[in-house]
Design a protein. Structure first.
Length: 180
């Protein structure tokens, strides 16, 4: 019995850390994820462009097994074709009906998709997929390249559907050890 308990203790010590690791140095994977963040104003968005047709082929290969053919829904939520408005009892929260910024679509796809391999898509693949997803939602023309500038300036239908809280960051030199 003692041997079994000792084995469990050793395995627990060698396994993944328990808890969120607050106060610990960030590992390389976490730093890379933070460095890849794209903000609503386009900060962090890499140069590049996307093609709807290439995105369609990539979607069929990497995304349709969860999101269904042409993003109509599967084991994961539908991404396009909203029928029920956001103020209805059962709203469709698709990219075109819910998301406030096109840059957020790029950010989410690049960092979190595909579910079985998050962060595995190149910037080029992410531009292609974003172009296709925006096209499915009637927000981007099939034959137009999706560039960084187009993503930044594209006004999403639900842009004004969110309330924002203005959070002012203290200057970097501010002393964070004392309360105001």
């Amino acid at each position: 019995m003692v041997g079994l308990l000792l084995t469990a203790v050793v395995q627990a010590q060698e396994g993944p850390p328990l808890g969120p690791g607050l106060g610990q140095p960030l590992d390389e994977r976490t730093l890379l994820a933070l460095d890849r963040t794209v903000f609503p104003d386009g900060t962090g968005l890499p140069q590049g462009s996307g093609d709807v047709s290439l995105g369609e082929a990539l979607f069929a290969e990497r995304c349709a097994h969860c999101h269904g053919e042409a993003g109509a829904g599967g084991t994961a939520p539908e991404l396009a074709y909203a029928q029920m408005p956001l103020d209805s009892e059962w709203p469709d929260q698709t990219i075109g009906s819910y998301w406030p910024y096109a840059t957020t679509v790029f950010d989410f796809v690049r960092r979190a998709m595909p579910m079985e391999a998050p962060g595995s898509l190149s910037d080029e693949q992410t531009y292609h997929l974003t172009a296709y997803l925006l096209h499915l939602n009637g927000l981007h023309e099939r034959d137009a390249p999706l560039t960084r500038q187009v993503l930044i300036t594209l006004r999403m239908p639900n842009r004004d559907g969110f309330r924002w809280v203005d959070v002012t960051k203290p200057p970097p030199e501010a002393d964070r050890t004392t309360a105001p």
